[in-house]
Design a binder for this molecule. Structure first.
Ligand SMILES: [Zn+2]
Length: 235
């Protein structure tokens, strides 16, 4: 399966052929749908059929292997047959908000010193948990630092390295709970120029300016050493 979102997160739709249909959902030969994983919800959208029919997709999920995406149809929908030609189209407005928040999580990660123990991207909000014993975190200071880096409009780029190279540079992995996708012999690195560099398989904006104004909504104590920082869009 060709994972178009990985090379171009801005593709909203693609032509595809149905390769398999089972109770889990629909598989295509290529897709723009990002599957749930790495703390980012999977895309929603539609498959447009050749006869003009529109099949709502309520979630994209990972299948058996990392290159496999299952498109979960709306319950009760009439399913296409293998071989059918479709246009796969994501809910772009929703996805773009995910990309902005997800990218903002990388910026947050660069500001806070401490291992990341968890995280979740949502629609218009996101959070990261840090292993930080006895630290006073200043909401206003973190908000100001986030917006400074956002306004610097720094470029985000991705590149691939081998698993061997990653193993030789373990300091690249900030996230203890979400291990980078492995198994294909290579790992995708995301870089925010001068700010952050870490393995990530998610979808990101091209420049930090596209994230837009954000603020720290609240900081929670989740256990003795765990601080949860919640981010929302400020506009
Ligand atoms: Zn990422």
């Amino acid at each position: 399966m060709e994972l178009i979102f990985r090379d171009d997160a801005y593709r909203k739709s693609c032509e595809a052929t149905v390769t398999a249909v089972d109770e889990a959902g629909i598989r295509l030969d290529r897709t723009v749908f990002y599957p749930t994983g790495g703390g980012q919800p999977g895309d929603t959208g539609v498959l447009r059929l050749e006869d003009g029919g529109v099949l709502p997709i309520v979630e994209a999920r990972k299948g058996a292997d990392p290159e496999d995406v299952v498109h979960v149809p709306e319950e009760g929908a009439t399913l296409p047959d293998p071989g059918a030609k479709v246009t796969a189209e994501i809910d772009w407005e929703r996805r773009h908000r995910m990309m902005r928040i997800h990218s903002c999580m990388h910026v947050l990660c660069s500001i806070i010193v401490g291992d990341v123990t968890g995280g979740q991207v949502g629609d218009g909000k996101g959070r990261l948990d840090f292993n930080l014993p006895d630290t006073q975190l200043d909401k206003e200071a973190i908000t100001a630092e986030l917006n400074r880096i956002v306004s610097e409009d720094r470029p985000l780029t991705s590149r691939w390295i081998t698993e061997v190279e990653l193993a030789a540079t373990p300091e690249l992995v900030r996230t203890m709970s979400v291990k980078p996708p492995r198994g294909a012999g290579r790992v995708r690195l995301m870089e925010i120029e001068g700010v952050d560099l870490q393995p990530c398989g998610g979808t990101h904006v091209r420049r930090t300016g596209e994230i837009g104004p954000v603020r720290v909504a609240k900081i929670e104590n989740k256990g003795r050493q765990n601080r949860r920082i919640n981010i929302v869009f400020a506009d």
